[in-house]
Ligand binder design. Sequence first.
Ligand code: ADP
Ligand code: MG
Length: 352
Amino acid sequence: MNEILRRHSFSITFLIVLIGFFFLSGNDDDDIQQLSGFTMGTSYQFQLVDMPSDLTPEEISADVNELLMQLDTGIFSTFASSSELSRFNQHSANVPFIASTSLIEVLELAQEISIETRGAFDITVGPLVNLWGFGPVIWPVDADVPADAAIEAALNRVGFRHLQIDAARSLLVKTADITIDLSGIAKGYAVDRIAVYFDSLGVQNYFLEIGGELKMKGVKPGNESWVPAIEAPLDTAPQIYEIIYSRGETIAVAGSGDYRNYFEQDGMRYSHEIDPRTGRPVTHNLAAAYVIDQSAARADALATAYMILGVEEASEIAERNRQAAYFIYRDTNAEFGDSLSGDFRKYLSTVP
Ligand code: ADP
Ligand code: MG
């Protein structure tokens, strides 16, 4: 029997339950300026506690929209065929490509994280994601697990080391027929860029979210901590599992999980996290990984990488790099266990 149960639902990034918003209802709405909309195939919500006086809300909203459009359809989108990344993906191998500062910046960070995570994070993984039916190329529902030969063929078109970056001359070269997908890092990067924009306006307190990638600065009205919640890794209605307290620090939070996007076949659970090193979905027991960092782009990419590495290797790397990371895994009784790096602990407490 090859009955396949597929769950394509909201990804976890939608589901870091933003109870910061929830608690706000008790406050005077005038204290908060909200901006929301859609970008990068998902939604965004920005909350500003103190509005700069020299710009109208309409002017700020226009600036924000323009920046997001520029980053999405202008640079990172793989759906917009005219975006810079789409043009680079269509560009021939071994021919230099002149790239924007933003694209170079993201690609350099992605490469850094690939090395740091021993190849688990790899922006060239696209052919494998598609082969396993988790990409934009829809997989027939009655399809089988891909044949070894197909996996081998896809693996030949994967490998972050086939991308060379010459930042000084703003040049990119691919040394093999690779394609790049930045969906594991671009949302986080966009959050960082929006933060830079609000910082430049002198905004001291904000909560930013694009598709579940978060960055917060300062406090909520009433001098309270922002309190994003971690949800239990279940594909049922969201339930709060843990609460993070930023306590005035500027932090980014990102999560990645396998519990809303997977399929089962012959009793095996295939997660949408494909290990670029083996070409196969990971089979370990890690259900979700959360990362806190100064940079939302780093947090975004590391959360995905940790999901691929599994709790043991991810914990080891996080401890060594003093990275704040939190892991929720399935234990033998089909219940959850969790573990965290030393640097995450302080954010789970109301007191410093
Ligand atoms: P979300 O998109 O909800 O943030 P993740 O953080 O788990 O979810 O990121 C998943 C996305 O990252 C996938 O849709 C895919 O495009 C990309 N991806 C999958 N595997 C990898 C990988 N090994 N390295 C880099 N990006 C990956
Ligand atoms: Mg992510």
